[in-house]
Ligand binder design. Sequence first.
Ligand code: SF4
Length: 555
Amino acid sequence: MTTTALPVPNLTVETLRVSALHAYAYCPRLFYLEEVEELYTQDAAVFAGRRLHVELEKQEDEDWEELFLESTELGLRGKVDALRTRDGQTIPYEHKRGRCHRDEQNQPQAWESDRIQILAYACLLEMVLGITVPEGRIRYHADNVLVHVPLDEAGRQWVKAVIAEARTLRQSTYRPPVTENERLCARCSLAPVCLPEEARLAHDREWQPVRLFPADDERQVVHILEPGSRVGRTGEQLKVVRKDLPVETMPFHQVGQVVLHSFSQLSTQALHVCCDRNIGIHYISGGGRYMGSVDRRAGSIQRRIRQYQALTQPEFTLQLAQQLVACRGQGQRKFLMRGQRHLKAETASLKQTITQMKAVLKQVSQAGSRETLLGLEGNLAALYFGALPQLIAAEVPEALRFSGRNRRPPCDRFNALLSFGYAMLLKDVMNAILVVGLEPALGFYHQPRSQAPPLALDLMEIFRVPLVDMVVIASINRRQWQPQEDFTVRGKQVWLSDAGRKKLIDLYERRKAESWKHPVLNYSLSYRRLLELEVRLLEKEWCNEGGLFAHMVVR
Ligand code: SF4
């Protein structure tokens, strides 16, 4: 295959990619997500398409020629798959891995989005080369059929009209609604970020959503706990050099996050690959405090503009905050109820706390200000943490018992566990926010006071009980902690030792891998995916697809 680059594209006029026109014809929302919001996923279908082109390149058929074309007059640019000369005419070819469309007589036809794509290439050829192109051809490899798509005057006008519509949409700050043709979504590479089924549920509570969001993310979170470790790159592998330990390597595609605890070094080469492949990089201090994350500013400014517009409306933020406080409070109360069921002897005070929490929760939706809400949240937290010690089994040694929440620094082993667990959670919520592309500094409930980003503090409220509190209480009751080996006590301050941190990280990561059925969406997915899903559902609150955020309550 030879590649010909035609000269002199006029860079002062921004042209549309032909593939973007294909996306527009497939679904205007897909076009918007890719072109305006700059969201791309590399799903199996996209990779399959790429492999097909690589295979074709290897054929080295002299008729095949990849050609980059651009016309500012037409407002288009693109790389045509191949050209052939037939009967003295130049014909563009497009290759599709999938099947063709069939008409009522079962005759092979091109899909509409494929038709506009090949006609756009034909128009580009006419415009750039000054020739007449009678048709384009599409080979559907799954059916092994070649479909001819004639180019006539109506076709030329159609291409121009679609270009004009797409350009108009590109200027808009309005994300188009999901397509009415659900079958398109099942094959759409952006379904996991578009969440069309959830959008349909938001408008129709009878809708039974199909899960198009991946149920799990099997990529690993690599924790570097040993101070002085070096993380680098060797080819396509992440390389970890720890003092006195064998060198460890891992393919980048198996890594979801790199978490550097204490003082370790990450090479620029590894940083570049991590940024390029959306691998999160996070820093935790030696004392177990979340320090920050690498923010590569994924996604376009349009999404942040919408977030700013929504989260600067006091009524709207109060409503979100009410949902959040109710969600966390209900989760806390349900956890106490679970504990009550599992206690051999029901305690009257626990029962009373559960009743009191119910009464406070009733007031949450009536709170007229953030200050009132803070007061109610404080009441709920006091009741919850006051009752939590009762969930500790009688056989647990005194050293692992506690009498309430304390932090900065933690004063007992239980609070040391909770604090480190919350730091891990904050890191994961930040990771999800950065993956989705929202602005972490702009929340709706917490104020920008500490170094922790308010939106992350907001969102982690939903996950404190299921991902940290339950894990800590269960592991204490299972006698998994050694009061001496797993903790370091200095005066009144208690920290996790290296062994303790490793143990809690292991328990926490295992919990994240567990599956949970969402009560509203009615499908199951792992907690590590739920973190990202919840951020996406929050964004839907200001995209006219709300009502699904903060429904994660333990049963
Ligand atoms: S998932 Fe469906 S609605 Fe969303 S962009 Fe794709 S085709 Fe359009």
